[in-house]
Design a protein around this ligand. Structure first.
Ligand code: NDP
Length: 483
């Protein structure tokens, strides 16, 4: 495809320009292994400029807008995202290897985030609090000020949509540092937001390496809130940086989400969701339901049904729009293949594999989807976030055992429970440790309206839904003694 804008430009204070040091980073198409364009390599100096621009914007037109007016701008952005869905999806496919249909779903979800937060902007209210005689006490919700947004490569549009949308709804300004592996759709998003009437300096975008631009942003003393989605290792660094400056931080750090299937489950209804955990976005999803925890009575039937589907899975270039595209990079491909090799060498049984079509260029980052069966729940492959098209099936006998296995990792992001027994549905929802629990469905973190976030090493804080707006604002209590 021909890209319609200069991808090397970064956005600061409403001006598109080269990164200050003039350096760039190559963008590789993971479907082919070939370079498609370059992006700017933002530096600490660019971050300084972006934070200054975001500070200035707080005191300009944006700071004076009513919540309703802010909401209208977000709604306009949503409409324009929809108008540009084709280009956004094509860019995402090119940049991260997502099959076109899946990339389009992400663009639609980003539009929906802006629509939801546009409608929410003027509906966040404070309270009046009964207090001593002669006093009137009320609370106000105010923006933090300049907010930092560190976004990973797996769902750039959805993740930026949820954190930028929520932050803007509350009147904050934003500095966005996308992953160096996934910038293109977000550079176009920023252009769309400008066209839709977002005042200059309210959204600044500085692509670059995490250790350079990302670290400079999270350590910046001008930032008043940090929203981070990514790995546990970098999450720890971000929390330390936030601690130095005593600013709030939201950490969304991934998981090893179980889908628990009881003997009485409707397997036909469950199968698309069970498969989705491994194949959607090639398994590169923080909330992917990659641990299938299945009761003995349906165990073999479930394995047989999943095997049939795995063996039909086609892997190919993003533009072929098959079940599974390439992984985001050669590095990620190697990481995932190392996990598969470790499992096989350690004696795990491969129940089924998908296949690579003849169209896969040799230099693309393709991995065969792989289903392991009879995996002990403490095994490395059942404990660690693989972030690729790999699923494990773990058998269990009793409800207590299912709970022990489900809660038996250091993560707690999402849990799926498949059972028709109403009492068990209630017991399981209480017993499992996860930020979201889906009964007889699996949202894969889904639902713009649904608060989302982790327990344990999956992080803390909630994004998505109305709940996120409390995190993106500060509560102020006003007590007036009027006698
Ligand atoms: P990282 O945590 O390294 O990257 C996430 C984001 O943080 C990117 O924008 C990255 O920038 C940025 N970043 C990296 N280093 C720093 C730093 N020192 N300070 C501030 N920001 C920084 O994840 P990876 O991309 O390396 O992926 C590794 C693993 O993380 C995956 O295999 C997966 O397990 C997990 N992951 C989980 C995600 C989730 O949704 N929970 C999303 C992505 C990854 P840049 O990419 O430019 O370096």
């Amino acid at each position: 495809m021909t890209i319609s804008f200069d991808t090397t430009q970064i956005l600061i204070g409403g001006r598109w320009r080269a990164a200050g040091n003039g350096e760039t980073i190559d963008v590789i198409n993971p479907s082919t292994g070939e370079e498609v364009c370059k992006i700017g390599r933002g530096s600490a100096q660019d971050i300084d400029d972006a934070v200054a621009a975001a500070e200035a914007a707080l005191n300009g037109e944006w700071g004076k807008m009513s919540a309703t007016e802010r909401g209208r701008v977000l709604s306009n952005i949503s409409v324009k995202i929809k108008e540009n869905e084709d280009e956004l999806a094509a860019l995402e496919s090119l940049d991260v290897g997502k099959p076109l249909k899946q990339a389009r779903t992400d663009a639609t979800a980003m539009a929906r985030y802006l629509e939801f937060y546009g409608g929410s902007a003027d509906k966040v209210m404070g309270h009046t609090i009964p207090y001593a005689d002669g006093y009137t006490v009320y609370t106000l919700r105010e923006p933090h000020g300049v907010t930092a947004h560190i976004v990973p490569w797996n769902y750039p549009m959805q993740i930026a949509g949820r954190c930028i949308g929520g932050a803007l709804a509350m009147g904050n300004t934003c500095v966005l540092k996308p992953s160096e592996d996934a910038c293109l759709s977000l550079l176009l998003f920023a252009r769309i937001a400008e066209e839709a009437g977002l005042p200059k300096g309210v959204l600044n975008v500085v692509p670059g390496y995490g250790a350079e631009a990302g670290a400079a942003l999270t350590a910046h003393t001008g930032v008043q809130h940090i929203s981070f989605t990514g790995s546990v290792g970098v999450g720890k660094m971000v929390q330390k940086a936030a601690g130095e400056n005593i600013v709030p931080v939201t950490l969304e750090l991934g998981g090893k989400s179980p889908q628990i299937v009881f003997d009485d489950a409707d397997i036909e209804a469950a199968l698309p969701f069970l498969m989705g955990g491994g194949i959607h976005n090639a398994g590169q999803t923080c909330s992917a339901g990659t641990r299938i925890v299945a009761q003995r009575g349906i165990y073999e039937k479930l394995i047989a049904a999943m095997t049939e589907r795995y063996e039909a899975l086609e892997v190919g270039p993003a533009s072929d729009d098959l079940d599974v595209g390439p992984l985001v990079s050669e590095k990620q491909k190697n990481t995932v293949n190392d996990y598969i090799k470790y499992g096989v060498d350690d004696g795990l049984t491969v129940a089924a594999e998908g296949y690579l079509t003849a169209n896969c260029p040799e230099k693309g980052s393709y991995v065969k989807p792989t289903l392991f069966r009879d995996v002990p729940y403490q095994h490395k492959l059942a404990q660690e976030e693989i972030f690729g098209p790999v699923q494990v099936v773990i058998p269990f006998d009793t409800e207590d055992e299912a709970i022990k296995i489900a809660n038996g990792t250091e993560y707690g992001l999402v849990t799926g429970v498949w059972t028709k027994d109403g009492g068990r549905q209630m017991r399981m929802a209480k017993a499992v440790k996860a930020g979201q629990i889906f009964i007889n469905n699996f949202g894969a973190g889904g639902g713009v309206e649904l608060p989302f976030g982790g327990i344990g090493k999956s992080g803390f804080g909630r994004e998505k839904g109305f709940e996120a707006l409390y995190g993106f604002s500060v509560l102020k209590t006003v007590a007036t003694n009027h006698g």
